[in-house]
Design a binder for this molecule. Structure first.
Ligand code: NAG
Ligand code: NAG
Ligand code: NAG
Ligand code: NAG
Ligand code: NAG
Ligand code: NAG
Length: 434
């Protein structure tokens, strides 16, 4: 097949661990983090990160959820490799440009920490490790001590694509099945899903993200899984889609277990929160997590697990230590690294776990994709061009900005801002923390 077709949809039938593809994973990813990684090379690291993070949170407590959220949004896309921090270059929009990341704040905090660390231990500390430490310290400030151990030794990645962020970040409108599949795909189990959702004990969500629950069919009817009084309260708050509402109604400034108590009273703000009650197992875990020490223990464990998603620990696997968290030091010639020839053209990359399928869409040469996947996975890979879908997708791809369907639970109010999120192309868009 020649690369003459401009937009092709390739379905690959693979019997593989889909994740290793999703994250461009090679052999060295996932393991190799250490509790003593910087003990010799930069013993001051924890103190410096903590000092700056705590100062920021002390000044303004709304920084805590923001800094925590940064680490999530980094790890869920391409693993914890600080890809979120890279600025766009040469017309390639980076992850931070994705609408799901438009409310991410705190880049300047990371910059400040990185500058400080470059003074003390130049060229030693990765931005990915900084993000993991900052997330821990942002939560820990309230307690005056580190609440979990952060393993380090991550290298920074060199690839950052807005399109990947749009696809891989869990949606605030997702149901339990979708959320669970996404988490399983990243090596996280149902306990991790519930524990990490508990991050919503702090922070806010904008009305645009949940407003659909207040007007499910467009007839002013509220989501029946939402407490009616709480729904009325939310209606009075949401005078426009940009208004921010506390995710944990009673105590959004305090990291505690009220989030779970609220959930059980049907006061979970997002559909993805309420979804945790729709599965017997997760509902049980929600109940257990109402006890703060239980929640905190598991939250720490799950953060550690999340912090190891797709990590790069070796230079051979494309990792490096950035000097400035916003830019890569060296691009890798002849590879698919940013702004590489393949990634550059891939517009969409979705995995269908059940069918062992990966769908790659974009201006790509199917044979090249095949070769690459074969090489990366070491598994049998076939092309299954879906003839029915091809024309439909070909037209849709060219006009991502005009979805004609507004799926349930997404809000259509401020079209210009959230259109991409509403796109049929992108049902799993948005974010787990807003
Ligand atoms: C950070 O370090 C400075 C200087 O050593 C100190 O004055 C300040 O209190 C520290 N801040 C925190 C939050 O630990
Ligand atoms: C904290 O930061 C938020 C958003 O950046 C801002 O709206 C708020 O006014 C700040 N609060 C204080 C006390 O400075
Ligand atoms: C969950 O959402 C997905 C994607 O929108 C949908 O395909 C699936 O049918 C939903 N599952 C349930 C049980 O509602
Ligand atoms: C619900 O949505 C419909 C259609 O978008 C709109 O006309 C109506 O005013 C909304 N109702 C409420 C109560 O927001
Ligand atoms: C929130 O606070 C109110 C009043 O203090 C209390 O009645 C309610 O049970 C609390 N809800 C949760 C979820 O803690
Ligand atoms: C998308 O569709 C709209 C109207 O349906 C049209 O005005 C616009 O030019 C299209 N954009 C692209 C990139 O095709």
């Amino acid at each position: 097949m020649k690369p003459s077709i401009n937009v092709v949809l390739v379905s690959l039938l693979l019997l593989i661990d889909v994740i290793s593809v999703c994250h461009g994973g090679g052999g060295g990813r996932g393991g190799g983090l250490s509790p003593v990684f910087y003990d010799k090379s930069c013993p001051q690291i924890e103190r410096i990160v903590r000092n700056i993070t705590w100062s920021m949170v002390a000044e303004n407590s709304t920084m805590a959820p923001k800094l925590l959220r940064m680490h999530y949004h980094d790890c869920f896309v391409r693993g914890c490799d600080a890809s979120l921090l890279l600025d766009s270059i040469r017309g390639n929009p980076a992850e931070k440009e994705a609408i799901q990341n438009s409310n991410i704040r705190g880049y300047e905090v990371i910059d400040e920490i990185k500058t400080r660390l470059e003074e003390k231990c130049p060229g030693i500390v990765s931005c990915a490790d900084i993000l993991a430490l900052v997330a821990r310290d942002a939560v820990s400030y309230q307690f005056g001590r580190p609440m979990w151990q952060v393993l380090t030794g991550r290298k920074d990645g060199r690839v950052s694509l807005s399109s990947e962020a749009s696809i891989n970040l869990p949606s605030a409108g997702a149901n339990f099945t979708t959320l669970n599949q996404q988490f399983i795909g990243l090596g996280l189990n149902i306990i991790d899903l519930v524990a990490l959702s508990g991050a919503h004990t702090i922070g806010v969500a904008h009305c645009a993200v949940f407003q659909r629950r207040l007007n499910v069919t467009g007839k002013g009817d509220i989501d029946p899984t939402l407490d009616p009084e709480y729904a009325e309260f939310l209606r009075t708050q949401c005078t426009n889609p940009g208004v921010a509402v506390a995710l944990d109604a009673n105590s959004s400034a305090s990291f505690d277990s009220h989030y779970f108590a609220g959930l059980r009273q049907n006061k979970g703000l997002l559909r993805s929160d309420a979804a945790l009650l729709t599965d017997r197992r997760s509902a049980y875990i929600v109940r257990r997590f109402e006890k703060f020490p239980v929640f905190m223990t598991y939250f720490g464990k799950s953060m550690k697990k999340m912090g190891s998603i797709g990590v790069i620990t070796r230079e051979e696997d494309g990792g490096e230590i950035r000097k400035n968290c916003r830019t890569i030091v060296t691009s890798l010639p002849g590879t698919d690294h940013f702004p590489g020839p393949l990634h550059h053209r891939v517009e969409k990359f979705t995995t269908e776990m059940k069918k062992h399928k990966v769908v790659v869409t974009g201006k790509i040469d199917p044979q090249k994709v095949l070769k690459k996947l074969r090489k990366k996975t070491g598994k049998r890979v076939e092309i299954v061009v879906d003839k029915e879908e091809q024309p439909k997708d070909a037209s849709a791809e060219g006009n991502l900005t005009k979805p004609n369907v507004c799926p349930p639970f997404f809000d259509c109010f401020k079209e210009s801002e959230i259109l991409f999120m509403l796109s049929d192309e992108n049902p799993n868009a948005c974010c787990i923390m807003w």
